[in-house]
Design a protein around this ligand. Sequence first.
Ligand code: UDP
Length: 237
Amino acid sequence: MLPKYKRILLKLSGESLMGEGNYGIDHRVISQYAYDIKAATDLGVQVAVVIGGGNIYRGMNEKETGIERAQGDYMGMLATVINGMAMQSGLEKVGLYTRLQSAIKMEQIAEPYIRRRAIRHLEKGRVVIFGAGTGNPYFTTDTAASLRAIEIQADVILKGTRVDGIYTADPEKDPTATRFETITFSEVYQKSLNVMDMTAFTLCQENKLPIIVFDMNRPGNLLQVIMGKNVGTLVKG
Ligand code: UDP
């Protein structure tokens, strides 16, 4: 069977990298993700990755941190670069070629983000990690993921979470909640479901970029999604 998608953008949350811990990076999570990504590239799938920074720093909470929003947001963007470097090492350990491209210039550790170059890397089978979000405060890494996915003409954005899709209600609170196999963008609005923040979500909708929300913490799940199996929830137009 051939994979359903040729080029994917995988969005990983910073928080998922914590694993069992409550801060920082768990190397076991990195390793699992690396093996899962390798299984995809082994099939010839081109993989780009955007990682969040929530396990290290979130800039949005000015009241809690005492640091002004824009400043905190830049700190959050730097956190995504740290996570990106960790992921890069994990991917190299399983034998993959990688490039880290940063939206904020830091030449010693990452290439600057150059769209055409990123596409070229992907074509050569390298995993491209996009760090530093969009490079702008007041945005999220979900928005960075949507933006980059559109720019590189990915077939789909895969949002790896701890839940295996979008539910009619919060499955942790409501045992009768059921998972949507597919749902449209407008249904998500109508039902006020929380898939991504509005900026990120609207970008996908306007550019007809499908989103799949799935549980990335279950080993092998990424491959199932790529093969088009009924895993997670597909959001489409
Ligand atoms: N951030 C930002 N602009 C971006 C992407 C991220 O300002 O384009 C900052 C923002 O403060 C955010 C933090 O980086 O809280 C970490 O990203 P995010 O919260 O999206 O990470 P995740 O929730 O996926 O771990």
